[in-house]
Structure formats: C-alpha cells, structure tokens
Ligand binder design. Structure first.
Ligand code: TXA
Ligand code: MG
Length: 347
C-alpha cells in the first residue's frame, strides 16, 4: 500500500475545509485508516462504527485483540450515540479538561460501535483531543474515530509523523503531518463508572488536577503493585521498549557514569538518558537529554523521541536517570518503568 503524506499547518484558519484534511476525512469515511496528530501523541484513526476499519487498525499495529481502543470525538453531543450514561463527575471532568489529554471510561450503549473497538467490554473509553488538525478531521468526517497510538505494538508512541512512518509506512492509507505533538505522553485514562473515579493510566492530566475538580480520585492498584491485574487491558503489556536493554538508575551521577564505564570496558556501546541540566556530565557513546529536569513537561515531550533515537544509533545498553513521580512525572516514570521492564539499579 502506498501511504500518503498530507502536510498541514496547524495554525492556518478554516482547517475543516483544508483540502488535505478533507482528503484524509474521505479515507476515514471509506473505512481506511489514517494517522493523525493529537496534543499527546499521533493516533491511528479509523471509523469506530466499522468492523472493517477497526480490523485494519489492529492489523497495522499488530495489536492484541483484547486491548480496546479510545474513541475520539469533536463534539460532546456525539456521546449520546454510544454512551449509556454520563455521570455528574464525568461532566465536571469534561468541563474542566476537554478538549485535552483526558480519556474517560463510560458505560457503553450496545450495538453502535464495532465490538472489536471496545474488545467486547461493556464500557467505552472516550476523549476529545486538543489539537486543531485532529478536531478539524473529526468534524469533517463526522464519525467517532477509534485511535490507538500510531506505533507498532510495543514500540514507543509516535510524537512526530516520521515516527509513524518508521513503524507503519506501507501499512496504512496515510498520515496527516501536523508537526510534533505537544504533551508527548498519552492521555490520562480515568474510569468514571465507579463512584470514586480511578486512574487506570497516568498521563497528560495529573492526579492533582483531577482531584481539584472532583475531590478524591483513586489509582488502579496495578500501577503500584506489579502483581495486581490492571483494569486497562493495555497496561499489562510491555511497551515503549527500545531495542537495547534499558536500566533505570537510582543514585548519583558518579554512580551512573561508573556503570557506563564498566559496560564500555566490556566493549559495549552505551547510551545515557538524562536531562539538559546533567548532559555535559556524562561520557558515553550516546548521551541524550529528553528535556529539562526543572520543567518535567519538557521531559514528557521529548521522552519517546529519545527512546527511538537510541535504536537508530544502535547502542547495546541504556542507563536512565529517574524522575520525581509527582505531576506529569507520574506518567514519565510509568512509561520509563515499562520501557525498562522494571529493571532498576540502586547505588
Ligand atoms: O493520548 C492518547 O490517549 C493516545 C492518542 C492517540 O489519543 N491514544 C492512546 O491509545 O494512547 P492506546 O490505544 O495506545 O491506549 C489506550 C489505553 C489502553 O491501555 C487500553 O487498554 C485502555 O486505554 N482502554 C481503552 N478502552 C478501555 C476500557 N473500556 N476500559 C479500560 N481501559 C480501556
Ligand atoms: Mg499505545
């Protein structure tokens, strides 16, 4: 398949009538799959009401069929079509964070969406992305769009159109290139079917931000206890892993540098994942700063690009600094732990 590339400037006016957006929307209406930029990461979109389109999403990504997709909408009224019940707590969260990096789990209305999109569950995950190109595409096609992150299953999520092409070129109808995404880690997934909302995946909206709107919020036990079964099926899979083994290092910079030197003496090419503040400090084969430690949102924005760069440079082993688990640091550490398969070296 020849994958089209539509380049769109997200700052131009009247995106809904932009010829590139209109072209991509037609592909979606014809049940083809198209990658689109969102404020978090690129998504691989397809008509959520079509079994044919949804099957193409799972096939292109190589995604396990028991892992449901997030449904993307541009207008809140679209919810009534496929959501059975919108509780008051969910309304408050939507008022505060939509459009934005918050996915809400609702009870599903049966018989509207493709059963495979929701992996046969009685619930459905929905979000309204805060990206002008995504919103224009959703409005123009007029469909609820199922969109997982547009990477091959297991790889880091794409924050640039080039990342999408690295994984999916030739496997999808096209990609709308709206430039790099902003947040850089995926949306927060919060289950609002329970009286107290539960975070199933930490992401762009922090626990502190949610609690400021709805009071108490729980965290799924699986996020702190490896033995517990996650309520978001996708959280049980290994994810984001670079090709080389990645170790999180808890300790001083001197300790991390010492680990690097030991591996280099064994003849290995060593990568270090650090921040702008500490970058000059390390001597290794590839030292990458994913952002500024003093501004964790920049670390979130640069993390996946760094993980992909280690692959391009063929390092044999990667050592990473750790981050505080507060605010967006919660999502950063969650993704880093998955990329490392929980491998941690303590000083
Ligand atoms: O920021 C994002 O959320 C991006 C962009 C493209 O919107 N999308 C994304 O989708 O990260 P994906 O498929 O990579 O992750 C969706 C997560 C998975 O962990 C999945 O198991 C969970 O949401 N999920 C989806 N529907 C669910 C449901 N009904 N109940 C529990 N978890 C659900
Ligand atoms: Mg994903």
């Amino acid at each position: 398949m020849n994958t089209r590339i539509w380049i769109v400037d997200k700052y131009v006016d009247n995106l809904e009538n932009n010829p590139q957006v209109v072209d991509a929307a037609q592909f979606l209406q014809n049940n083809e799959v198209v990658a689109l930029p969102t404020e978090t990461v690129y998504g691989l979109g397809g008509n959520a009401e079509s079994d044919e389109a949804v099957a193409k999403i799972y096939a292109a990504k190589g995604r396990p069929g028991d892992n449901p997709l997030i449904i993307h909408i541009a207008e809140r009224e679209q919810l009534t079509r496929f959501v059975a019940e919108v509780p008051e707590r969910a309304k408050r969260l939507m008022d505060a964070f939509w459009p934005g990096p918050l996915t809400i789990i609702f009870k599903k209305k049966e018989g509207v969406l493709s059963e495979t999109a929701t992996a046969g569950l009685e619930t459905v995950a929905v979000r309204m992305p805060d990206h002008p190109v995504a919103l224009a595409l959703l409005k123009t096609c007029g469909l609820p769009i199922a969109a997982p992150s547009a990477n091959s299953s297991g790889k880091p999520s794409p924050t640039k159109a080039d990342h999408v092409l690295d994984d999916l070129n030739g496997k999808i109808a096209g990609v709308l290139d709206g430039g790099p995404t902003g947040v850089g880690v995926e949306s927060t997934v919060v289950d609002c079917t329970e009286a107290v909302p539960v975070i199933l995946r930490p992401g762009g909206v922090t626990k502190e931000q949610l609690e400021a709107i709805v009071g108490e919020v729980h965290i799924d036990a699986a996020l702190t206890n490896e033995a517990a079964r996650p309520k978001a099926p996708g959280m049980k899979y290994k994810h984001y892993a670079p090709n080389a083994p990645l170790y999180m290092v808890s300790g001083t910079k001197e300790f991390l540098q010492h680990l690097v030197e030991k591996k280099q003496q064994e003849g290995l090419r060593v990568g270090v994942l650090t921040t702008v503040e500490n970058m000059e400090w390390y001597q290794a084969d590839l030292v990458l700063a994913c952002g500024k430690r003093s501004a964790l949102e920049t670390v979130a924005a640069g993390l996946y690009d760094c993980l992909r760069k280690f692959n391009q440079e063929n390092v044999d082993v990667i050592f990473s600094e750790m981050f505080p688990s507060t605010g967006v640091g919660h999502a950063i550490m969650n993704r880093l732990q998955k990329a490392a398969g929980n491998k941690l070296i303590r000083e």
